[in-house]
Design a binder for this molecule. Structure first.
Ligand code: ADP
Ligand code: ZN
Ligand code: ZN
Length: 746
């Protein structure tokens, strides 16, 4: 990419927020930025009838357009370019995912910067005494008694007191001004977020734990990798103390004056995780998550860029946080699906983190109890260093999965009698019980027992879920809602019954079965209110016997020390799914759920109900554990030529008209096959075929799958087909997108 740095170029190639994969040429404005024109400066530019914020990518002297027809940039918004590491990552992302650079830059930028706000942090006032103030005697302030009190307050805090604290103590501005005018106190502005790492000082607010043998070994090995790029897979069973290893490793990184970026799954950035880090460190721990306001997000981004944020913890998009002095990237629960963005720019934060670490020559630590097959392959081939924590710090071995045959047994709330008995004894023994059921709502659907009618969504190829709180049929794919029918719309029978079990139904049955203990349901519906989830978890952590019914919201990341029994209502969803990753993902989920049992003093039990107790994969997982299953799955993937042994790209087409989507997908496949036929490029093209759920929200979805043994070959072929689609006139009527390394085929 020609991006010469010329201070007075004739042409600026600007990336603007559009899905078009090209730069727009403009003439510079006068006067330009004081430091000259460079890539990375934000500019305001005319685009059609709008004005947008773009980013200068190229400074050059030539253009393919008529020079005089080019419009000038309206204004330059920055005095210095956006951070170079950030810009590099955006270029890399756009190239790797074959996404428009303009849109990539937008997505990677805090909203306020997208809108053209200056890149500066909000500040606050800090007041402290001057030398004269420190020597002053309160008596010399005479009748100004409040000023004297203020003087005393400031005297107690040699490092100063922030303005809001002073007003909270009942002082006002005239009193502060009074001291300042007498030369006794002074004020300076400091950024609201972050502070520099104190050199040589004690970084810890609370002592680190004494590591056990395995942790010590892992940490020692990780220490050896601190000064260069190395990916390390820290595989440790739930509760084996991975987080403690991260904490001590990060301590070593910030002791060198470097910054640590830790990515956690969406569900994992809990107040407890943050609290644990903030308790440990004396330095600021800056969080980046969806709950922040735009201004807070900009503050955090700016603090990281300026180096005032020694530790940054965030979810997926935090991978785009610039770092002044990068030291390490940690990815907790690296197998988690929330690291992959499933729409628009479909990036995987783990993969970008690895690319970024490589460029910055720093280590990246991937932690998981159940690593992705992608990472396991890298560890086996020696590209990643593989470290193990096999024991729980509580000394209880992780509970084994006990498979329970569901066939032909009566169920109540999805549970068969032996499971209900086990719940009763666990509660009698003073334990807590977690019932895992990955369906929210009352029942997966409503059925007519007279004619077999099922409640289907009119906009999707899917059934509508029955909800009781409030009573409604809801499509979980398009959110469409309907009133509950009183009679069957097909045969007018009144014999309509719920089919299957969701969390609400389990809650109802278990409340009736165990009236003496509290029953808490945790799913997206029950936790819609902010803090509801935290509130319930706090109740649960008090340790009284109770029943928890939850979806995967409960399965991940939460420390529930009093749970002694976990019951999985149905383990079968992933066993025979068409998606080749389904089995891997459901094994990971099962192990995560099982990991909730027996985290503290008590050992745990995990009952897994299934209609397929003889399924070889399920048995392998139950009898030999995740590693053994992963081994088998890898072998199956190798034989079937699937990732991680092959690279994939998925083209998705969607349109309100079935024929439009099918016709474009067919034409694209034809063009691609012809093109491939003319060159020696080992790329497979599969399809087009209807998506597993063909109709969603009244739109028809078609897929075209490309795969190759070499990433470079796949890249060339996808570049060709994107170019072809961008030129195709038919493509204007059909929405299409490309997904590099797709995580799901839906
Ligand atoms: P993981 O991240 O692997 O699930 P954690 O780091 O959260 O594990 O550790 C699980 C529990 O064990 C936590 O309560 C933690 O405080 C405790 N723990 C971790 N390491 C040690 C240790 N070396 N000694 C004592 N307790 C530890
Ligand atoms: Zn009917
Ligand atoms: Zn629907």
């Amino acid at each position: 990419m020609p991006s010469s740095i010329a201070s007075s170029p004739r042409i600026l190639g600007v990336a603007v927020p559009t899905p078009l994969r090209k730069l727009f040429d403009y003439r510079p404005c006068h006067p330009g930025p004081a430091s000259g024109w460079q890539p990375g400066l934000r500019v305001r530019v005319p685009l059609g009838r709008r004005e947008v914020v773009g980013i200068v990518i190229e400074c050059r002297d030539t253009t393919d357009f008529e020079f005089s027809a080019l419009k000038p940039v309206t204004a330059c918004l920055d005095s210095e370019p956006l951070p170079a590491d950030w810009l590099w990552l955006c270029h890399f992302t756009a190239r790797y995912y074959q996404h428009a650079l303009g849109d990539t830059l937008q997505q990677a930028l805090p909203v306020l910067l997208r809108q053209g706000r200056p890149l500066e942090a909000r500040t606050r006032e800090r007041w402290r005494l001057t030398a004269a103030g420190r020597d002053a005697d309160a008596a010399q302030l005479g009748r100004a008694r409040r000023q004297a009190a203020l003087l005393e307050l400031l005297r107690q805090h040699p490092r100063g007191v922030i303005g809001s604290v002073i007003s909270a103590q009942g002082f006002n501005r005239p009193q502060l001004k009074g001291l300042a005018e007498k030369g006794l106190a002074e004020c300076h502005e400091e950024p609201l977020t972050g502070s520099p790492i104190p050199p040589g000082g004690n970084l810890l607010a609370e002592p680190a734990l004494v590591l056990n043998r395995e942790q010590t070994t892992a940490l020692a090995e990780l220490h050896q990798e601190l000064d260069h790029y190395q990916a390390c897979l820290l595989q440790g069973v739930t509760g084996s103390g991975k987080t403690e290893v991260y904490l001590q490793l990060i301590e070593a990184v910030i002791a060198k004056g470097r910054q640590a970026l830790m990515l956690v799954p969406e569900i994992g950035l809990t107040p407890q995780t943050l609290a644990r880090f903030r308790r440990r460190f004396r330095v600021p721990v800056v969080a980046l998550h969806s709950g922040l306001t735009d201004a807070e997000r900009l503050d955090a981004w700016e603090a990281a860029r300026a180096g005032r944020a020694p530790i940054i913890i965030g979810t997926r998009s935090a991978v785009f946080t610039p770092l002044a002095r990068p030291g390490i990237i940690v990815i907790d629960e690296e197998h988690d699906n929330s690291f992959k963005q499933q729409e628009g720019l479909r990036y995987h934060a783990r993969d970008l983190a690895i690319a970024r670490a490589h460029r910055d020559d720093i280590p990246v630590v991937l932690g998981s109890a159940t690593p992705s097959l992608e990472s396991l392959v890298q560890a086996r081939s020696g590209h990643y260093r593989h470290l193990h924590l096999t024991r729980r710090t509580s000394h209880h071995a992780p509970a084994r999965l006990e498979l329970i045959d569901l066939r032909g047994r009566p169920t109540q709330g999805g549970l068969i009698p032996p499971s209900i008995d086990a719940i009763g004894s666990a509660l009698d023994g003073g334990g807590q019980v977690l019932v895992f059921i990955n369906r929210r709502g009352f029942a997966p659907t409503l059925a007519c027992h007279a004619c077999g009618w099922l409640a289907e969504c009119h906009h999707c190829d899917a059934r509508m879920t029955l909800h009781r709180q409030p009573p409604r049929l809801i499509c979980h794919h398009c959110e469409r809602q309907e009133r509950l029918p009183e009679i069957c719309p097909e045969c007018a029978s009144v014999d309509l019954r719920p089919l299957g079990t969701g969390t609400e139904r389990s809650e109802e049955s278990l409340t009736a079965l165990f009236p003496k203990v509290p029953v808490y349901r945790i799913d997206r519906d029950s936790t819609r209110r902010k803090d509801a989830f935290e509130h319930t978890l706090n109740e649960v952590r008090r340790g009284e016997p109770c029943l928890l019914i939850g979806t995967q919201m409960l399965a991940k990341g939460h420390h529930l020390p009093h749970v002694t029994l976990v019951v999985v209502v149905n383990a079968d969803a992933g066993l025979y799914a068409s998606d080749f990753r389904a089995l891997e993902h459901s094994a990971q989920l099962l192990i995560q759920v099982a990991g909730r049992a027996g985290r503290a003093e008590r050992p745990g039990r995990v009952l897994v109900q299934t209609l397929h107790p003889d399924d070889p994969h399920l048995r392998l997982l139950a009898e030999s554990g995740y590693d053994a299953l992963a081994e088998t799955l890898l072998e199956e993937r190798r034989i079937a030529a699937l990732p991680p042994y092959r690279y994939m790209a998925l083209l998705r087409f969607e349109s309100p008209r079935e024929s439009d989507a099918a016709s474009l997908a067919g034409a694209a496949a034809g063009a691609l096959r012809t093109w491939l036929g003319q060159r020696d490029l080992a790329v497979n093209c599969l399809g087009p075929a209807p998506a597993p759920m063909e109709r969603r929200q009244n739109r028809y979805h078609m897929h075209l799958m490309l795969s190759a043994a070499k990433r470079s070959a796949l890249h060339v072929a996808t570049a060709f087909i994107i170019d072809w689609l961008e030129r195709s006139s038919e493509a204007r009527r059909v929405r299409w997108s490309i997904d590099i390394d797709p995580q799901t085929l839906s």
